[in-house]
Design a protein around this ligand. Structure first.
Ligand SMILES: Cc1cc2nc3c(=O)[nH]c(=O)nc-3n(C[C@H](O)[C@H](O)[C@H](O)COP(=O)(O)OP(=O)(O)OC[C@H]3O[C@@H](n4cnc5c(N)ncnc54)[C@H](O)[C@@H]3O)c2cc1C
Length: 393
C-alpha cells in the first residue's frame, strides 16, 4: 500500500497558489503529493482586472510554468463535486481525484443573483474573459453612459479607470455607501476629488433594484439610462462546500477552527474568500492581503502535521487599503489590524507607486516561495486585535 500523503488544493487564486508553492517547497523530499486544480492555466490577477477591462495589457502568468520545478502537479479542470466522506473530488471531465488532505480555496465571484437582470444585462469583473468582453464593448461604444454599480473599492477603481481611459463616456458610480466610506476624512476627500476630476458622477445612498437592457432601476422606481452596466456589488461563493456537507456560514463560506481546518471536517483546510476565518475583531472579509497568508498558513500547518506536530493558530491583522484612481493617482489608507483606518494615508504619486508595488507582488512572492518558503511567511499578526476570546476558540 502507498504511504504517499495526497494533498489536493482546489483553486489557484491568490490563496490557493500561495498554499501550493509553499507546501511543495516544504514537502519536496517527503512522501507527499501536492496537486493543484484550477479552471484555467493562466493566473487571474483580480487586482488588475480593471486594467484588462479598459483594454490595457497585463502579463500572462502561467501556473504550470510556475510549478514546473516544484514537484507539485497541476490539473486543469472545473471541480463539480466534493465527496468529503469518500475523500474524493470530481472534475468536469469525470475524473475523480483522491485526497488525504484537502485545501479548499475556490474563491468568490460577483453575486449576479441578488438583483433581477444582473445575470442577463450586466458585465462583471470575475475573470480575464469577462474583463476582455467589457473592454471590447467599451472600445466600440464611441459615446454614451456606463453605470458602475457598487461603491465599494472595486467599483471605485473600475469607474476611475473607465473614465480615464474613455473620456468620451459618461461614467456614473451608484451604490449604497459613500465611496471611501471606511477611510479617514482626508483619504476620502482625496478619493472623491479624483473621481470628480475624472468626471465620474457619484450617486450614493441608494440601491439598484433591477438591471434593465438599457439602464438600471433604483429604489423608488427611478431609472437611470445606461449603455453599459458593470456590476461590482457583492460576492458569493461556490455552493460545493455546502453540498459536500462541510459546515458553512450564512454566505456559504467554510467555517474554520483557529488553525484554518473545517470545524466539521478536520482533514479539510479552507483558505481565501471561500473561508469564514474568525479573528478577535470578527470574520475576515475577502482580500488578497489576508487570502495569501491563509494559503501559506494552511501549507505550513499541513507540513507540521505530517511531521507529527500540531498546527498553530492563524492570526492576521490588516495593514492597508490601497486604491487606484486611474493610472496617475491613488490613495492608500493605512489601517489598524481590525481594518479600521489609522490617521496616516498616502495620496498622489507615492500612492500610485505603493499600489503598483502591492499589485505586482504576489507572483514574485510565489516564485520566491518555491525555493525559499519562509520568505512568504511574514505578515502582521495583529497583536491584541486578533487574539480570540476563549469562547471563540
Ligand atoms: C476587480 C477586483 C479587484 C480587487 N482588488 C483587490 C485589491 O486591490 N486588494 C485586495 O486585497 N483584494 C482585491 N480584490 C479581492 C481579491 O481579489 C480576492 O479577495 C482574492 O482574489 C481572493 O483570493 P482567493 O484565492 O480566495 O480566490 P480567487 O482569487 O477568486 O481564486 C479562486 C480560483 O479558483 C478557481 N475556481 C473557482 N471555482 C472553481 C471550480 N469549481 N473549479 C475549478 N476552479 C475553480 C477560479 O477560477 C480561481 O482561479 C479584488 C477583487 C476584484 C474582483
Amino acid at each position: 500500500m502507498s504511504t504517499t500523503h495526497r494533498v489536493l488544493i482546489l483553486g489557484a487564486g491568490y490563496a490557493g497558489l500561495a498554499a501550493a508553492t509553499q507546501l511543495a517547497a516544504r514537502t519536496g523530499k517527503a512522501d507527499v503529493q501536492v496537486t493543484l486544480v484550477n479552471a484555467q492555466e493562466r493566473f487571474t490577477e483580480r487586482l488588475r482586472l480593471h486594467l484588462t477591462a479598459t483594454g490595457q495589457r497585463v502579463a500572462e502568468l502561467d501556473i504550470p510554468t510556475l510549478l514546473a520545478k516544484t514537484g507539485a502537479h497541476f490539473v486543469r479542470g472545473w471541480v463539480t463535486a466534493v465527496d468529503a466522506h469518500a475523500k474524493t473530488v470530481r472534475i468536469d471531465d469525470n475524473r475523480v481525484l483522491r485526497y488525504d488532505t484537502l485545501v479548499y480555496g475556490l474563491g468568490s465571484v460577483t453575486d449576479t443573483a441578488a438583483v433581477p437582470g444582473v445575470e442577463e444585462h450586466a458585465y462583471t469583473l470575475d475573470g480575464v474573459g469577462d474583463a476582455t468582453t467589457l473592454a471590447d464593448r467599451l472600445a466600440r461604444l464611441g459615446g454614451g453612459t456606463v453605470v458602475v454599480v457598487g461603491s465599494g473599492l472595486t467599483g471605485v477603481e473600475a469607474s476611475a479607470e473607465i473614465a480615464e481611459q474613455h473620456p468620451e463616456l459618461d461614467v456614473v458610480l451608484v451604490g449604497r455607501q459613500d465611496p471611501g466610506a471606511t477611510m479617514t476624512a482626508k483619504a476620502r476627500s482625496h478619493l472623491r476629488a479624483a473621481l470628480a476630476r475624472l468626471g465620474v458622477r457619484v450617486i450614493s445612498g441608494t440601491a439598484v433594484t433591477k438591471v434593465l437592457p438599457d439602464g438600471v432601476e433604483l429604489v423608488g422606481a427611478q431609472t437611470l439610462a445606461a449603455d453599459v452596466v458593470l456590476w461590482t456589488a457583492g460576492t458569493r461563493v461556490s455552493p460545493l462546500a455546502a453540498a459536500a456537507g462541510l459546515t458553512v456560514d450564512e454566505r456559504g463560506r467554510v467555517v474554520t477552527d483557529p488553525t484554518l481546518r473545517s470545524v466539521s471536517h478536520p482533514d479539510v483546510y479552507a483558505i481565501g474568500d471561500a473561508a469564514a476565518v474568525r479573528q478577535g475583531y470578527g470574520v475576515l472579509h475577502g482580500t488578497c492581503q489576508s487570502g495569501m497568508p491563509t494559503g501559506v498558513h494552511a501549507a505550513v500547518s499541513i507540513a507540521r502535521t505530517l511531521r507529527g506536530k500540531q498546527p498553530r493558530q492563524f492570526r492576521f491583522g490588516y495593514y492597508h487599503t490601497p486604491v487606484s484612481l486611474g493610472r496617475n493617482d491613488a490613495v492608500v489608507q493605512f489601517t489598524h489590524p481590525d481594518d479600521s483606518p489609522r490617521r496616516g494615508c498616502l495620496t498622489g504619486r507615492p500612492a500610485v507607486w505603493y499600489k503598483e508595488t502591492v499589485s505586482a507582488s504576489p507572483w514574485p512572492t510565489y516564485r520566491r516561495m518555491t525555493t525559499m518558503p519562509s520568505s512568504g511567511a511574514f505578515w502582521p499578526r495583529g497583536g491584541r486585535f486578533t487574539r480570540l476570546r476563549d469562547d471563540a476558540r
